[in-house]
Design a protein around this ligand. Structure first.
Ligand code: BES
Ligand code: ZN
Length: 858
């Protein structure tokens, strides 16, 4: 029987249990292995098909009580990443054990079983062998049924040099000296789980003592010499593990938790059951020299991966089209856990502002005609890997938040618990989650959520008010208006309004194109996304907007946020003018919330990118006027007892003043702060120091580039290393750009970072186009040197090129140079670039004229 998708395996033979033995040779970069797989042959067949990629299979045999059979032919299909074992005789239905010997190379592509290196305390190069299997790379480490619904148990044994630390999913249960300098370590058999969750890590690593989290031992494992950076993550891990166990109402499904820092890592972290792997910056941190953003990153990632232990590991989507179930839910729980641990960080506000894979990033992508539904067909491994985007994470978690708020948090939690209990050790489709939520809430959740998950896009809701009648009308919000759009969405709405000074809040479900409400009186103002949890934008008529502007202090922070952010989105789409945004922004001079400022400064930065050079002075003056009061209030030194958020805010405001506002005094003082940070991180507040770095880098001084390079090479913590690398990207001098590009191409920058470094370099207002020229010139070697799993991040830098006359050529070049692992990202990046070019076309002259007319001299 052949399945329609060439990448899917037949389901005639099904694995139940793997016994996997792996012997890595770290110095030769190779490994050998043996796997015995207990299978259930469900129909008589003469052929067994399973996955394997980049492996040599030297022996295969099949045995049962009835005897042994060896295949006549072992055929490897490199393209489909599978191996066919032809036995020449019929295998009877029943239990058979398949045994395979295989070998492979430890690659440097950050996938499968790969090699990571670091400089040891004595200055020598140290090697770690480690795994990254999601989405479809377990098949690069051992032959297996590498699809998420072939759940089985895994009993792993490792043959490793006795001086190295080795871990896998289960705790160590036996150890035997092999007499050749190696030991054989056996790990406890795992629960039934998907192949993409198997992990093993071997290297010169150290583990902290375990912390007992209500019976579950929790450790941090790090390269030797970095253990002193582990305490912060241990504390976060213990908190989150308790919080999550409590929320789900289900015990942790594994036997232990190891949080493992890996120096070369494609993503932020990976939720292997009990052996969670992390990029170093996501785990190892010195709280005394870092700020909220860097610390929050660690708590975020730890919370997110631990949330997966239940949602993802215990219960898993049946196929990659449902990956949003995993990632959206883990992100949603991440926010909740972080909010619980640090309520003062206002995590849901940050969720709204984050332009990466959180809500704001998702609202931007989902407003493109090249967006896609959250649940989306997947065939190939490339398709699967490209699913891990802002729509899966950001839109998915935002719509979960929206429905949680609509149903009530406790009802929602009970539905989730029901879902996990019902499907433990199994696989699900999206409708299984709706069924559990339906049951808990008595609401037809599926019919609401399908409109968000199964169709691309989201609505903008237009509000009109006439006397006591409020009319709401929805249509798809698109950044380029050449499309009709889908819909309608079933929108859970919260409406808040004020009548004679009395506040009212109402919940409504808008199910059709429009909704008319009668209210008892004449509202003086009205908010159509109260609380700001809705995944939609609201368009107010000018008079209503003016009314809201007048009562900003009466709105909560999220409402102030969405009002301004929606207005900016309408500028990008062409429904409003940049000057409308600037005028509304002027009403935010007394704003106190960090996330609101961060968003406002980011939008000012976007305008700064688009405007012609001769309008820069006027624009900068405008920015200084807007940021002046908050900059003055915050100053350069944290006040005693100041909140973490205010310190973070100071960093953003300084950067706004120094870079977009081009403020001489700020630039001068920033250079001092940068110098202090370079000398000793304890000398200066982390956020001030970091702002100092970025502002100074933006001055394009090649000597500063050299100083940063040296600091980068000698950085003592992962955060310092990354800050210096970020600042290196920001040095907008031609020679600096050429030199950094050379280092990327020469492999002098870790390949885990090349793609985002290029993205950041493309975002230089002055030198972005130089970066593009270099990329284009060395396209083949460059793209070939970047791990396929990360290459797509480069293209996210393209929209920043809209200001240049060469932007049309950029579009043409990218259209002619498709990268298979980044197909969807390329398409969306091109559309975003075209949207930005159109905006530039509309705004360049009229914004310049407006700035000249309203010019300020301060
Ligand atoms: N499962 C992912 C890691 C992953 C990403 C595997 C892409 C395969 C392809 C993991 O749970 C994850 O989502 N990591 C995030 C961090 C998180 C805090 C959003 C990441 O790596 O950025
Ligand atoms: Zn995840």
């Amino acid at each position: 029987m052949s399945s329609p998708n060439p990448y899917r395996l037949p389901r005639i033979v099904v694995p139940e249990r793997y016994e996997l033995t792996i012997a890595p040779d770290l110095s030769a970069s190779r490994f050998e292995g043996n796997v015995c797989i207990d299978t259930d042959v469900r129909e008589a067949t003469d052929r067994i098909v399973l996955n394997a990629a980049d492996l040599t299979i030297s022996r295969a045999m099949l045995r049962s009580d009835a005897g042994e059979i060896t295949p006549e032919r072992i055929e490897i299909d490199e393209q489909a990443e599978r191996v066919m074992l032809d036995f020449g005789v019929n295998i009877a239905p029943g239990r058979w054990q398949l045994e395979l010997d295989f070998s492979g190379e430890l690659n440097d592509q950050l996938r499968g079983f790969y090699r990571s290196t670091f400089t040891g305390v004595d200055g020598s190069t140290q090697v770690i062998a480690t795994t990254q299997f999601e989405a479809t790379d377990a098949r690069r480490a051992f032959p297996c049924w590498d699809e998420p619904d072939f759940k089985a148990t895994f009993k792993v044994s490792l043959l490793v040099p006795s001086h190295l630390l080795a871990v896998s999913n289960g705790p160590e249960v036996a150890r035997q000296d092999l007499g050749d300098g190696r030991v054989r370590i056996d790990y406890a058999e795992t629960m039934r789980m998907s192949s993409y969750l198997v992990a093993f890590v071997i290297g010169p690593l150290e583990a902290t003592d375990p912390v007992d989290v209500d019976g579950v031992p929790l450790r941090v494992i790090a390269p030797i010499g970095k253990q002193h950076l582990a305490d912060f993550a241990l504390e976060a891990g213990a908190f989150c593990l308790r919080y999550l166990t409590d929320y789900y109402g289900i015990p942790y499904p594994g036997e232990k938790v190891d949080l493992i820092a890996i120096p070369d890592f494609a993503f932020g972290a990976m939720e292997n059951l009990g052996a969670i792997t992390f990029r170093e910056t996501s785990l190892l941190i010195d709280p005394s020299t870092t700020g909220l953003a860097e610390q929050r990153r660690v708590v975020d990632v730890v919370a997110h991966e631990l949330a997966h232990m239940w949602f993802g590991d215990l219960v898993t989507m049946g196929w990659w089209e449902g990956i949003w179930l995993n990632e959206a839910f883990a992100s949603f729980m991440e926010m909740k856990a972080v909010e619980a641990m640090h309520p003062e960080w206002h995590r849901w506000m940050a969720f709204a502002v984050d332009g990466g894979a959180e809500r704001s990033g998702a609202l931007n992508i989902d407003a493109l005609s090249s967006s896609r539904p959250v649940e989306f067909p997947v065939e190939s491994p490339d398709d699967a890997n490209e699913m891990f985007d802002a729509l899966t994470y950001g839109k998915g978690s935002a719509v979960l938040r929206m429905i949680e708020q609509y149903l009530g948090t406790e009802v929602f939690r009970l539905g989730v618990k029901h879902y996990l209990e019902n499907h433990a050790y199994g696989n699900t489709v999206t409708t299984d989650l709706w069924a559990s939520l339906d049951q808990a809430s008595g609401t037809d959740v599926g019919s609401i959520m399908n409109t968000w998950i199964l169709q691309a896009g989201y609505p903008q809701v237009a509000v009109t008010q006439e006397g006591t009648t409020v009319r709401l009308a929805q249509q798809r919000f698109l950044l380029s208006d050449d499309e009709m759009g889908e819909g309608p969405w079933k929108i859970p709405m919260q409406i808040k309004y004020s009548i004679d000074g009395a506040l009212a809040i109402e919940k409504h479900l808008m199910t059709g194109p429009s909704l008319t409400l009668e209210v008892v009186g004449r509202p003086s103002w009205l908010i159509a996304n109260a609380g700001g949890h809705g995944f939609y934008r609201v368009a107010y008529p000018p008079a209503s907007l003016a009314g809201l502007t007048a009562v900003l202090p009466q709105l909560d922070r999220m409402e102030r946020f969405t009002l301004l952010d929606d207005t900016f989105a309408f500028v990008v789409s062409g429904q409003a003018a940049a000057q409308d945004f600037l005028e509304l922004a002027a009403a935010y001079r007394d704003e106190t919330d960090q996330a609101v400022w961060q968003m406002l400064i980011a939008h000012l930065g976007q305008l700064h990118h688009l405007i012609p050079d001769d309008a820069l002075t006027g624009f900068a003056a405008r920015v200084r006027h807007l940021l002046g009061p908050i900059a003055a209030r915050l100053g350069w030194e944290p006040a005693p007892g100041e909140s973490d958020l205010d310190r973070l805010l100071r960093g953003h405001v300084l950067r706004g003043m120094g870079i977009v506002g081009d403020d001489g005094a700020t630039i001068e003082r920033a250079a001092e702060a940068a110098k202090m940070l370079l000398e000793d991180p304890h000398n200066v507040d982390p956020d001030v120091g970091q702002a100092g770095l970025f502002i100074t880098a933006n001055q394009g001084d090649i000597q500063f580039f050299e100083a940063l390079s040296e600091a980068h090479a000698n950085a003592e913590t992962p955060q310092r290393e990354i800050r210096f690398l970020q600042a290196l990207c920001d040095v907008d001098a031609h020679d600096a750009v050429a030199e950094l590009f050379r280092r990327i191409l020469a492999g002098e920058i870790r390949n885990q970072d090349s793609a985002w470094v290029l993205m950041r370099m493309l975002n230089n207002r002055k030198t972005g186009i130089d970066v593009w020229d270099l990329i284009r010139r060395d396209w083949d070697p460059l793209i070939g040197s970047i791990p396929a799993l990360t290459v797509r991040y480069i293209f996210e830098g393209l929209p920043a090129l809209a200001r240049y006359p060469e932007a049309d050529e950029v579009v043409a070049f990218v259209k002619a140079h498709r990268v298979a692992a980044a197909a969807k990202t390329q398409e969306q990046a091109l559309e975003r670039l075209e949207v930005a070019m159109a905006m530039r076309g509309r705004e360049a002259d009229r914004l310049t004229a407006y700035l000249a007319e309203t010019g300020r001299t301060d």
